[in-house]
Design a binder for this molecule. Sequence first.
Ligand code: NAG
Ligand code: NAG
Length: 258
Amino acid sequence: MSGLSRALCSNSMRPIFIVLSGLLVASSVSADPVVNGTVGESVVLLAVFSQQSDITGVEWSFGTDVIANEGNINGTKQFKDRVHLNRRDWSLTINLLRAEDSGEYKRVVETATGQLPTHAVTLQVYEKIESKVTRKPSNETCRATLHCTTNQREHVSYRWKRGDQDLPEHAGILEVSLNPGEINVIFTCVASNPVSEAAASIWESCAESPGGVSFCVLKSVLLSLGLVLMISAVIGVHVRDCMHTKRNVRRHRAACET
Ligand SMILES: *[C@@H]1O[C@H](CO)[C@@H](O)[C@H](O)[C@H]1NC(C)=O
Ligand SMILES: *[C@@H]1O[C@H](CO)[C@@H](O)[C@H](O)[C@H]1NC(C)=O
């Protein structure tokens, strides 16, 4: 690797490589791609070079640390037991990703005739997203505010659906308004970040009848009316029985006196 180190340090060689790489790869590969990874999962960083013969050295570094090479370096520091240099294409696999793996990775390839242009990849590691919907009732009937919350602070975007239909709103908050008689309408929030998305739903109902009296109130009124009638009937029967008994007693007494 001493040749590689020398090549890395020699600034005089750099302009030539830049010109060459500009000519060769301008339209085929982006110079500094961004790769998105998920915490706990794996990612493969491609080595991005076509020449596969005469390779005398390959190394991947993160910051100032060489984390893997074609020799005996295979996972240093935070990458211990988590990286694998694939011998077929010299890509680098990183397993069990952590948030702190985010950053720039550099791949250097040395061949018998010199060093290939350095390739840089930026890795962004995100948490898998989780979401839930909560509601805040409004003091106006058949309206509510829905809040979609996630386990992340940044890089979150939202979509909403009413039933199967997409809504135009793209905030974490949705004001909903239902028409009288709409029951069990499902509202869904789909929260996403660059690596995942999660849907959460809530059911909303508006039991109000078109006349302005809700079915619920109507039911209560009818039920109360029924109860009142029943109680009156019971009291009525009881009173009649009492009167009947009293009359009988009076009649009995009258019969005794005569
Ligand atoms: C609902 O409450 C807010 C304050 O909490 C008030 O400003 C608004 O007028 C109320 N709306 C109705 C229809 O009562
Ligand atoms: C990675 O995430 C960014 C947003 O941060 C996005 O623009 C880009 O398309 C994503 N790349 C891939 C390959 O999904």
